[in-house]
Design a protein around this ligand. Structure first.
Ligand code: FAD
Ligand code: ZN
Length: 468
């Protein structure tokens, strides 16, 4: 059976792009090195027609397909399982920017375009594609949309969903739905685009997208501020929103331990402020000139100092310094990876609930798992924290996780759900949170989701075992 399928796939996309031998770990092992699977073959189609041909061949042979972009996902959603029967469909050869429409402020890109290349293509046209995350040098626009990625600019521009106007999708049975529209208004029935966004490869294969662009800001200024508590971070956010309005494009928080990890693993990176309980990274993007923007930013920070909302602050003097501050923030996931595995929680809460949530949950974790360390950082402006639990000093990460991961998750997710929060803010469900979702989503929501899955993928061949 599988020989006949492989034969059909070779005919569809060329034998050179049906990989079955050699080291396939680039596709079979996830970024966090938590999920290692084995694929029947890695498929590398060149265009939408070839993706459709692959899906038709898989439908004819009853084979399962796992789509993959840059393989930077953090929930084990984009690698095959261990059965050796699933086909890993890599979209990275679909990497053309098809069109830029300056007047309509849109760009149409194929799914395998690396996010950074899309940002660059927009910038080359004098425009901005604002989606931005630390994996932007390798994640793809298809993966960003399939996971409805967030990142650092959501506060102003929204997540991937809000930056997408249209999609091209190959269905489970190999048909092509051309929904590549640059329309900002279109109320002709159910929104198919929004069904596929965030569906993590379980409803269809995204092959291209029409994306929303913005004018490039005239000036971008960045600052770091030191605060003594999360209450003060929330107060600073309110002050910044009131004074900067829509010009506030970034508001990230980092607890002391997360910056300690960066100092330990990347000692060459300058940390311009003395250690503080919480460090905030603020970014302002403005259509006004550099000088006006800087004056407004400095006035905000002075007011915050005077009101004792912050203890110290530094404004980047140059683009290089500004990149340095962002580099500090973006090095936290990498420093964690160097430190070894930890128990990750990508949670969303009402901003107003965050200080009390952290105070109570930090204390409950300390009681239940003495010595435990918290890498707590994230996008406070969107109410999204990466609330990661690291083994106590002296214990190996593996032993701690093997023994306590389930109990830690229960404690944290119970607390999240008690305040109406979400157990996945921006990374998705994948394999990692599938069982948690089944327990915590309402029966009605699960029933509706299963009905959608059944309608679009009745044989359950698209990324099986993920999300639902
Ligand atoms: P993959 O990892 O290849 O796939 C992710 C999921 O999408 C899988 O379920 C896969 O099956 C599916 N998929 C991929 N391509 C397609 C397609 N064309 N059609 C249908 N399904 C598809 N995420 C955030 O939201 N915000 C962050 O700030 C952030 N920071 C990160 C920082 C680092 C250092 C790393 C490693 C990851 C980070 N992530 C973040 C997670 C990850 O980068 C994003 O989820 C990203 O959007 C995934 O893109 P990808 O191309 O690598 O997708
Ligand atoms: Zn994030």
């Amino acid at each position: 059976m599988s020989q006949a399928l492989l034969q059909a796939l070779r005919a569809a996309i060329g034998a050179d792009h049906v990989l079955t031998e050699g080291d396939l770990s680039a596709w079979e092992l996830d970024w966090r090195k938590r999920y290692r699977g084995r694929a029947l073959a890695v498929l590398r189609p060149a265009d939408t027609a070839q993706v459709a041909a692959v899906l038709r061949a898989c439908a004819a042979h009853g084979a399962s397909v796992v789509p993959q972009g840059g393989n930077t996902g953090l929930v084990g959603g984009g690698v095959p399982d261990a059965s050796g029967t699933q086909l890993l469909l890599s979209l990275t050869r679909l990497n053309r920017v098809r069109d830029i429409d300056r007047a309509n402020l849109t760009l149409t890109a194929e799914a395998g375009c690396v996010l950074q290349a899309v940002q660059q293509a927009a910038a080359d046209a004098g425009l901005l594609f604002p989606l931005s995350l630390a994996a932007e040098g390798s994640c793809t626009i298809g993966g960003n949309l399939a996971t409805n990625a967030g990142g650092t600019q959501v506060l102003r521009f929204g997540n991937a969903r809000e930056l997408c106007l249209g999609l091209e999708v190959v269905t489970a049975d190999g048909q092509v739905w051309d929904g590549l529209s640059g329309l900002r208004k279109d109320n002709t029935g159910y929104d198919l685009r929004d069904l596929f966004i965030g569906s993590e490869g379980t409803l269809g294969i995204i092959t291209a997208a029409t994306l929303k662009l913005s004018p490039l800001p005239a000036a971008v200024t960045t600052a770091l501020a030191a605060t003594a508590s999360l209450e003060q971070c929330v107060a600073l956010l309110g002050l910044a929103q009131a004074r900067l309005g829509a010009a506030l494009t970034g508001f990230e928080v980092m607890n002391r331990f997360s910056l300690d990890l960066v100092a330990q693993h990347f000692p060459a990176l300058p940390q311009p402020l003395p250690q503080a309980a919480w460090t905030v990274l603020l970014e302002q993007s403005d259509s006004e000139g550099e000088q006006q923007a800087r004056t407004r930013f400095e006035a905000l920070l002075e007011a915050a100092l005077e009101a004792r909302v912050i203890d110290d602050a530094v404004v980047a003097e140059s683009l290089t310094q500004s990149h340095g501050l962002w580099h500090l923030r973006e090095s936290i996931p990498l420093a964690q990876a160097q430190e070894g595995p930890n128990i990750k929680h990508d949670i969303a809460l009402p901003v107003s609930a965050i200080p009390a949530f952290c105070a109570a949950t930090d204390a409950a974790l300390a009681r239940a798992f003495p010595g435990v360390r918290l890498v707590n950082f994230g996008h406070l402006g969107d109410g999204n924290l990466h609330y990661n639990v690291q083994a106590p000093d002296g214990q190996t990460a593996q032993a701690f996780m093997a023994q306590h991961e389930h109990a830690v998750n229960t404690l944290v997710y119970d607390a999240v759900c008690a305040v109406g929060g979400s157990i996945s803010a921006e990374h998705g469900v994948g394999a990692l949170k599938r069982d948690e979702l089944a327990q915590r989503k309402s029966p009605v929501a699960l029933q509706l989701m299963r009905a959608i899955k059944q309608a679009l993928d009745p044989q359950g061949r698209l990324n099986p075992g993920r999300v639902l």
